[in-house]
Design a binder for this molecule. Structure first.
Ligand SMILES: C[S@@+](CC[C@H](N)C(=O)[O-])C[C@H]1O[C@@H](n2cnc3c(N)ncnc32)[C@H](O)[C@@H]1O
Length: 225
């Protein structure tokens, strides 16, 4: 049986988004005028950073997306939550896998409203609107209402908020749920992942976590209890 990922319309929509990222992100980054990321993070809050980077996709790579598809299929996940949707690339990989698992839902969330509109269009063009939707706003608020049990959480928003977002979603994570933290190897000018990495590494937190050297570096944690 072919996967949804490699059939139309998903394949073409994903190719277009990945191509746009390759062609557009360098320019979008240059246009932000941010030359010292550490200083920018010290001065601007999450919403201001989202506005600054509103034209940048910053999506998962093809390899990273395929890993998301693989892990979602392998775990049989039906209820998936995504922190940081941008233009919807990772959302499409997750939603394709959920469709191929037999159906369910992917709940994305994105601070920047124009990005939500673009991601929603991409989801519709890919024929996945019955699976995936995107909530507009700050994940620390938008993810307060969730289904009873969540199988997989992708964390791909601003990394300094990962711990706070996990705190909101954690009560819904079922035993054996996967938490995937993207961009572990990205240089943000300072260690933006420290809090989350330390939390998942502490056995008393209730996870077993391992860094996967794939794409931008993905930290995979399984919820043990
Ligand atoms: C790395 S990009 C996400 C890429 C996306 N997962 C993909 O593969 O296409 C990070 C996104 O997270 C969004 N974001 C950052 N902080 C957020 C928050 N607190 N709540 C919701 N979205 C947030 C940013 O606006 C940005 O678009």
């Amino acid at each position: 049986m072919p996967s949804t990922l490699h059939t139309e319309p998903v394949a073409t929509v994903l190719d277009g988004l990945l191509e746009a990222e390759r062609e557009g992100d360098e320019r979008a980054f240059a246009e932000t005028g941010v030359t010292d990321p550490k200083a920018a993070w010290a001065e601007l809050d999450a919403g201001q950073m989202a506005e600054t980077f509103k034209d940048a996709s910053m999506s998962v790579s093809k390899e990273g997306g395929e890993l998301l598809y693989l892990l979602t299929r392998a775990t049989g996940a039906r209820t998936v939550v995504e922190y940081g949707t941008s233009f919807g690339v990772s959302t499409l990989y997750l939603a394709s896998a959920v469709r191929d698992n037999g159906g369910g839902q992917v709940i994305g969330t994105e601070l920047q409203a124009d990005k939500v509109a673009r991601a929603t269009e991409a989801i519709a063009a890919a024929g996945l609107s019955d699976i995936a939707s995107v909530r507009v706003g700050d994940a620390r608020e938008t993810l307060r209402e969730l289904p009873e049990s969540v199988d997989l959480l992708l964390m791909d928003g601003w990394p300094n908020l990962n711990r706070a977002v996990l705190e909101v979603v954690e009560p819904r994570l079922r035993r054996g749920a996967l938490v995937l933290v993207d961009d572990m190897d990205m240089d943000f000018g300072f260690d933006m992942h420290r809090e989350m990495r330390d939390y998942l590494a502490d056995p008393s937190s209730g996870y077993l976590a391992l860094r996967l050297p794939v794409a931008h570096g993905i930290l995979a944690g399984v919820r043990l209890g």
